[in-house]
Structure formats: structure tokens, C-alpha cells
Design a binder for this molecule. Sequence first.
Ligand code: 6PG
Length: 475
Amino acid sequence: TQAQIGVTGLAVMGANLARNLARHGHTVAVHNRSHHRTKALIEEHGHEGDFVACETPEELVAALERPRRVLIMVKAGAPTDAVIEEFAPLLEPGDMLVDGGNAHFADTRRREAALREQGIHFVGAGVSGGEEGALLGPSIMPGGSAESYEALGPMLEDIAAKVDGVPCCTHIGPDGAGHFVKMVHNGIEYADMQLIAEAYDLLRQGLGRSPAELADVFAAWNEGELSSYLIEITAEVLRQVDAATGGPLVDVIADRAEQKGTGRWTVQIALDLGVPVSGIAEAVFARSLSGHADLRAAARGLPGPSRVPAGSVGEEFVEDVRRALYASKIVAYAQGFDQIGAGSAEYGWDVDPGALATIWRGGCIIRAVFLDRIREAYEAEDKPVTLLAAPYFAEALTLAQDSWRRVVAKAAELGIPVPGFSTALAYYDSLRAERLPAALIQGQRDFFGAHTYQRVDREGSFHTLWSGDRTEVEA
Ligand code: 6PG
């Protein structure tokens, strides 16, 4: 039998995607650098569908119908290049190499351009949803040529998650577009996680609630507008009891958040593109700060607020925090979608934000009920310049803002760090401001460096003769 698709790299993501494909009736050729993994997959899951076990890349390529589809599921970076180097010489024009890892989109662009010269379609596909998503239905964000999507799309849509019958997979755009949006997805994921963690911290420290009680709070929130995978699993993590100590698991986990790099890339690229993604940036910095044992140890003795008014936090704080979380989350997604718009414009990808919101409704880590609202906003007649100003979100922010302000103020008063909540509120207030103090910064720049400024009432560039008679000249 000829296999419809090959999967190389059978760690858990690769193995689960192969099983998902087989369970959907596709014949899947499977290969792994060390063959024991391939054997283990066949032994444990061979009964789930049609697999062809291959010992070498040559065998895998020979097992495939044409044009060939090969899905690479190995570590991003050098291991991916190594696998491409192994397979590319074995392929023919029209064949497709799909990278389903968390590659940097610039690597994907480079690889796509190189393989295009050989007539091979290189498809960088973002895949989100973790192990379970890979098996039961991930969200898939394929880039690469439109032509390759014709041959690959139906199969990927088949194994993707479905929401209201709509698959969580669509062609994102050429070359690195798929990996770019997956990167920003992860940046939003970081922001979302940071905001949830801050909400937890506020209620724990501010109200003295236990993790188990907070599990109930998050579970209740998951029934409303905040309904999302990350809120759902937050309740589960908070409810977990540690077998060794009998206390909450969250209390024995070291408070150092790690990262593999996609969030950091999001911020690095945002800086290059000039997109203010302050919520994502704070989330990356918060993880990094948590890992600085030296800084934290050196500062531990510094005083907190000298006077915390007793009983200053009441029951209503829970609802305030819920609203502040929702508002801050809207800001994080708005910033992420801005970055996708900027990347799309920079690289000529023509990414459709509404279609993207549609495929993030299910399967991926940031799946949330409110992605349907984002979809609606981008599908509306009047395309929003910022999601914050789209009718649904403008109203949600209006409803939330008093709570949001109270929470940020209260956090400052209590000495509880809320970098995510406060940067989101600052972003909101900055965007809606009539005038920003950027005018003063321009004045300072002109003073020390004759960098000139523009005026609100006349065209042109101007300079004040600061060290002379302080008259203004046209620059
Ligand atoms: C997903 C996840 C997935 C992975 C991240 C975690 O969408 O399924 O984002 O890609 O869990 O790489 O990233 P960090 O290790 O950087 O937290």
C-alpha cells in the first residue's frame, strides 16, 4: 500500500499526530531516527489504523504516494535543518515537506526559499494544542504556497479540531506566515497565563483564599465570558493536592517560570516591527524575573507597604478581579492581532485575522469563547483598527474599567505585583488619551540633540534654538 502521508520524528507530538491521521483513515508511513520509537508506536497503537513502519528516510519516501507529503516533527533549530537535509535530496518537484514544530518564522522563510529552488513545497505549519490536541484535534496554522495547501489542506482539516463543524485549520499565507502566527499565538498564551496568575495572586494574597477555594472561583469564571482552556486548567491545577505534603501542589512547585523561546521571539520581532505588545512583553519579563534567584534574594528584605488598611478588600474584589482579567486579556489579544497585521504587511502575507480567530476557537492552548467575538469583529463591515474599539470590546472595556482601575490601585496599595494588569490598563489609557506626554519627549530630544519636532498647527519640522535666543526655526 502507498501511504498518503509520512511522519518523521515520533516523540509525543509526532506520534500523536500520526495516530490522529491514522484514526482518520489515512495510511501513515512513520519513521524515527532511532527505530525503537517506531516499533513502540506500532506495538502500542498499530491497531488504531494503517501504519507503514519505515527504518530509513529512503523507506519512508518510497512508501508515499505522489506528490509526497512528509511531516517533520522534530525539535526546532538545527535538528529540523538536519532532517530537511536528509529528506530533500530524496524528494521530487511537487513533493511537500511540512515542518510542524515551533520553528522561528525567519528559519521557515529561509528553508522555504531554498527548497522552492528544487521545486519542493516547504510548509511551515504551526500546530497548537499540546499532546492531547495533537491526538484529538489540534489547531493547525499552515503557511507555504497556496498550491501545497490544495494537496495538504483536506488532510490537515480532517485531523484538526472542529468548532460548530468548522475545522481549526486554514491556509495562513505564504512562506513563514504559519509559523509567525503560531509564534504570536504563543506570545498571547504567555500574556494570558501571566494575567491568570496575577488574578490568582491577588485573590490569594488580597482575600486570603486557599487554592482549593480559588479552584472553585476559576471554575465558576469558566462558565462566563472568560470561558477558555487556560481558565479551565487553572482550576484543575489549583485543586491538585500534593501527595508528598498533603498540601496544595501549587505551593510546592518552584516559582520559576521557564520558557522555550516563542514568547521571547514574539517580543523581539514586535520591537523590530514597532508594534507595542506591552502585555506580552511584561509576561516574558515576568517569567524571566521569576528565574532571577540572585536579584530576588538580594531584594527580599526590602519593605512592603507600611500600612495596609485592615479589611480593605471585600467580597466584591472577586468580581473586580474577574473584570480586570477580562479587560487585560482583551488588550493582550488586541496587541497580538496588531502584531500579526504588522507582520502580514511587512512580508506581504495577507493574513486574514477573522479566519485566524476562527481557527483559534478550538484545539489550541489559547482557545476561548471570546475568539468568536474577535472573529465577528474582523468579519464586520467596518474593520477595526484596534480590537479595543470594535463595538463588542469597547463595551466590555467600558463595563470593566472601574473594576480594572480599582484592582490595579489596590494591588499597588497591597504591594502585590500585577505587571500584566497594570501595563494593559496603561495601554488602554494611552491609546484613548487626547494628548500624550510624547510631546515633552520631543521637546527634550530637540533640546539635547536638535532632533526637531513637528507642530500640531503647521506642516514641517521645527527646532528651537535652545542654546541661543530660543526662537524657533524651520528645520
Ligand atoms: C501550544 C503550546 C506549545 C508549547 C509551548 C510552550 O500551542 O501547543 O504553545 O507550542 O507548549 O512551546 O512554550 P514555553 O515552553 O515557552 O512556555
